[in-house]
Ligand binder design. Sequence first.
Ligand SMILES: Cc1cc(NC(=O)CCC(=O)O)nc(C)c1Br
Ligand SMILES: [Fe+3]
Length: 247
Amino acid sequence: RELSCKEQLQSISMEWMSQICQYVVRDLEKYGICVVDNFMGKERAEAIHRSVVSMYHSGVFVEGETVSSSLETTKNVRSDKITWVDGSESNCANIAVLISTIDTIIMNAIRMKGNGQLGQRTIGGRTKAMIACYPGSGSHYVKHVDNPNRDGRCITTTYYVNKDWDAKTVGGLLRIFPQGWANQVVDIEPILDRMVFFWSDRRNPHEVQPAFRTRYAITVWYFDAKEREEARIRHREGAVKEPKSNE
Ligand SMILES: Cc1cc(NC(=O)CCC(=O)O)nc(C)c1Br
Ligand SMILES: [Fe+3]
């Protein structure tokens, strides 16, 4: 019988889990960015890749909503296609395990901190998983901050499912411009089974450079409980326009 999600998670050795959590805590607090390779293991990563490709071909992806209010057309700001999943959809069993794994890492990283906080943030809730596809032929996403105006999102987690990706020939780098690092940039190749964690606020402006091959990424945003509550209150008063990317 198929192992339940819970059993699958337990099969992931606790040792691996605590190793990853130590990296996430240390790197997020020291650099604001953490990159973890071989996050789900090759078999599961390839299964997630197959699921995402078949979902893309089934036509459930839609044009990415621009979050910038400027009059530019969508094409100039970003040209990805997206779909939101919670993991219960058909063909998403492996994505459900990915989401549960990220949840477990974030929750254990906070527990490890002991003060119930990660980078002085109390994590409270998350979005669904947004699967993005950059259809190649130069599709990109201009430099932006995920959460410039305190909408509640505090950690961006992005998982890549691109097999045999070579950025030297097909581009598609995630380039982060970490605030406070002088003019250094962090270039991250969107390779299969790579997980990236970074603060969603103004500390990490980032862009997706033009990609010349179909490029998939799965993103989940984790909320800071207090900031999210404040955003809800402001939103109820109608002062804040919620960007589309929040579920
Ligand atoms: C919908 C949406 C997606 C993203 N994704 C990226 O920045 C690219 C990450 C990557 O694929 O390497 N960012 C924002 C602010 C919104 Br909104
Ligand atoms: Fe972004």
